[in-house]
Ligand binder design. Structure first.
Ligand code: B1M
Length: 234
């Protein structure tokens, strides 16, 4: 790193420069700088959701491309993910602070064989912000974990996340098991993750595929209002 780069004072950058710098800092896995950037944008009255999508997710998209192209490797991407989580931790309480009444309950987890959790965490945060109670069962979940959590928590919605083409078929294992046990129709099943699409969601028997966290919230709200209109309570 050159002296010039070391001397960058984040608070002196304008918004656009700061976001660009945050892309670089995320790329370099600099957690403290990301946290500082998030705090500066908050002080400048940016909405937490805009900071998430424009600065953090935007930066992670660049990391994703270079990971795909073999420019970045797992250790660097782990550092970037860690920096992103630092920023997300600051935003989490703010996104949940909307004071919205509880609109429903969701169990969410990443499927077996898959340890990606940033997208799932983001969905959980946004759902909480929209007034949902969220039970996050973490990563690498075999079907037993999902079933146990459904049994214990009795949520309205089951959310599943998968980021790998090799793990996304496992969502069907979970749904098929729910069908076998006669509990499939007791829940709305929403699925998401970068390699999925609408067609895949339909093919595995999910109620809906959610492209991103905002769509997940809208879809969940939509299913909840349909449920209430049918006079079914959770
Ligand atoms: Co991984 N990885 N990774 N990785 N990783 C991908 C997914 C990959 C596309 C990178 C690439 O090649 N371009 C590629 C998959 C290729 C494929 O399957 N075809 C890949 C690979 C190959 C791997 C390993 C196999 C690498 C290796 O070891 N050789 C390995 C697998 C480990 C495993 O899971 N068993 C691996 C490991 C890792 C790290 C551990 C280093 C790290 C994860 C850290 C963590 O999550 N704690 C990592 C990361 C960070 C990525 C990328 C770069 C970024 C993922 C991310 O966090 N995106 C990713 C590249 C990419 O996606 N562009 C990549 C930001 C996040 C906000 O977006 O997760 O898509 P996303 O979530 C969105 C939506 O998808 C949706 O809403 C979210 C928010 O808007 N959504 C849902 C997600 N889940 C939802 C659930 C819902 C609803 C919506 O339920 C209702």
């Amino acid at each position: 790193m050159s002296d010039e780069e070391e001397d960058i004072i984040l608070s002196e950058l304008d918004d656009e420069e700061l976001v660009q710098q945050m892309f670089d800092d995320l790329y370099d896995g600099l957690k403290e700088e990301i946290e500082e950037g998030v705090n500066i944008l908050l002080e400048r009255k940016w909405m937490p959701y805009d900071i998430l999508t424009k600065a953090l997710v935007g930066g992670m998209t660049i990391v994703g491309k270079d990971f795909r192209d073999g420019i970045l490797f797992v250790p660097e991407v782990l550092l970037a993910a860690n920096a992103m989580k630092g920023g997300m931790a600051i935003l989490k309480p703010l996104l949940a602070e909307t004071g919205a009444p509880r609109v429903g309950k969701m169990v969410i987890g990443t499927v077996k064989g898959d340890i990606h959790d940033i997208g799932k965490n983001l969905v959980g945060m946004m759902m909480e912000g929209a007034g949902f109670e969220v039970i996050d069962i973490g990563i690498n979940n075999p079907v037993e974990n999902y079933l146990e959590s459904l049994e214990n928590e009795k949520p309205d919605i089951l959310g599943m996340s998968a980021l790998l083409t090799t793990t996304m078929p496992y969502m069907k294992v979970v749904i098929d098991t729910m069908v076998e046990q006669g509990i499939r129709d007791d829940y709305t099943v929403l699925v998401g993750g970068a390699p999925l699409n609408e067609e895949f969601g339909k093919a595995i028997g999910a109620d809906a595929y959610c492209r991103d966290a905002a769509v997940a919230v809208e879809t969940a709200k939509d299913f909840m209002s349909r449920k209430h209109n049918q006079g079914v309570t959770g």
